[in-house]
Design a binder for this molecule. Sequence first.
Ligand code: ZN
Ligand code: ZN
Ligand code: FE
Length: 757
Amino acid sequence: MQTRQRISVNGIVQGVGFRPHVYRLAHRYGLSGHVENTGSGVAIEVQGPERTIVEFVRSLEFDGPPLARITSLRMEQTACAEETGFRILASDAGAPADTLIAPDTATCPDCLRELLDPADRRYGYPFLNCTNCGPRFTILRHIPYDRRNTSMAAFPMCRACQAEYDDPLSRRFHAQPNACWECGPQLALPDAQGKTLAGDPVERTVELLRKGSIVAIKGLGGFHLAVDATNAAAVAELRRRKRRFEKPLAVMVPDMRRAEELCVIHPQDRRSLESVERPIVLMRARAERRLAEAIAPGSPELGVFLPYTPVQHLIFAHGGFAALVMTSANLSEEPICIDNDEATERLRGIADFFLVHNRDILLRCDDSIVRNVEGDSSMLRRSRGFVPVPIALQCEVGNVLAVGGELKNAVCVTKGRDAFLGQHVGDLENLAAYGFFQESIAHLEGILRWKPSVIAHDLHPGYLSTQWALQQRDVPTAGVQHHHAHIASCMAEHHLSAPVIGIVLDGTGYGTDGEVWGGEILVADFQVFRRAAHLAYVPMPGAAQAIAEPWRMAVAYLVGAGEDCFEAGRGFLNAVPRGSVDVVRRMAEQGIRSPLTSSCGRLFDAVAALLGLRTKAGFEAQAAMELEACCGDETDGSYSFSIGEGECLEIGTGPLFRRIVADLGDGVSRETISARFHGGLASMLADLAYRISMETGIREVCFSGGCFLNARLSRGLERLLRARGLEVYKQSQVPCGDGGLSLGQAVIASHARPWRG
Ligand code: ZN
Ligand code: ZN
Ligand code: FE
């Protein structure tokens, strides 16, 4: 019996070789009909015996092309037609654009083989790609995803490329960025004065890198600054020019073997390194690594990634480098450069040469960063390779734009059951980042053809993101408390909706009482939250200065722990002039320029400073990371805290600091003190969460906030909670730090009654 079905497929089904796949399947099953891209995905009509169609659909669902992701598939019967054969129809540009866009994807093994094959017509061509790999998100202007809507529109295909593009059996059928030596983008290598160097740009780049030059290399989502990672002088010069003195630099290595020489690699790390997203993977560095010390000074970890563009592969193939520093091309904390002119302008005085090309990057997108610890994977930065793949939500939430926080900003837009977390914008403290923030919103709106019905923002009135939200007069806004948003982000990732116990540990978040929160236990759902416990407030002497100089927090905590403790403890701050300690003590006691905080990040800072690890922070969370890094295996003698009474429990740190000072006086090692601190913090939090669980009957505990990147704390606390029968939920697809904040803001705003869709 002949029947005809109309099949609508949604998800990432455009630009990933889906139609040719359908075409080949239809041929294999002997079905007639057609397939076409629509604004909302792919539409298929197939005609043939009913049972064959059922098998066809099953193959479609379970055996798709590598980059495709089907989120829904609907079938409806329609009248049979007089036809033979199966055809691919041209895109229907008029339909509403609802389809998902694939992220930028690492060069696939087939393309890599061609790149290095002297007999291939694309031998050495730095922009080869196919439907299974190459740029997507960063070259797209708007949907539908067709060449004319990308920055490849400027490159008409040559006859050979066009033939592949038109051939349903070619790997390059409808590969929108398809190109070759003859028709596609080309490299050029100007110096800092704009004078182009003669010769093969890749070979010249290799020579320059060997000599220790700093070369800005245009990649997928922006420029990298590259230097030979084994050349200490070059690395030091890069740091000096970039004004990035301490923050670790990521290194790109040619292959797994080189990666293994540098780091201890677990199977999960290997999967992350080799994944098509090609993130930077943070791993434990081997002690005997042969890279310049300045790459990650004092850090037990190293960020490593594998090449993901043809240009990068060519540089390694020609240069034989063991590792290259490949760091975002920008001044510290400014957005990554994408435009050739912008790069020459902004990187003047940083890069000696510029390996550029004439394919525009339409949207900047930094490298993503992940870390795996004993089976847990955390996303430190969700950007290239992951954006714009949506996070699937549990239910429809309507159109919300959430603008995130201030640091590590990333925005989020929701549409139906999808949450599109935008790429890493960075710290919204400078105008350049603010511009990028606005671009990021406009681009997401553009590629989704979408308008918000509500804008969610942080409660902090001083954040540029908040101010931007409040200026959008035609759209209602919803303020969301920072830590509530953190918890909601974790809940959304795990499809939880009933109230949970949320433990949020981070550096800074504006509280409903106007103070700086950051060591919180909340009972929360998407509508409301109750602050069930928090670290007791301490003054931050000098406000922002107290973040930059952890010793100030040590003084504040010592003052809070009593006169004796302060007198005994100040002796361990001997790297700080006595007079400065006295001034800061007075500020703390009298509340001069000293906002109050319950921040867990500041508590880590204070302990790190007392242990003599660090008096000044070179970058965010540096002191806390060093405190974790020096943590020994000791499990005895965990420190304790005092717990207050009432509706909202205050966690006092007096007993903690008195014990630390006593241990320091007894000559107890840093390693032991750090272990006792981590252990004590985890067991106090576990006790409180358990107590709240008993009172409320809630058994689900969510972790969020940047302090949970501390694996020692996170795993210790998780173990204790599980031992008491509680369920623990941690973030992995979405950053637990402020990079994941906007997701939580979005779901909370969608549940705020007036705008519920
Ligand atoms: Zn490919
Ligand atoms: Zn061509
Ligand atoms: Fe936060």
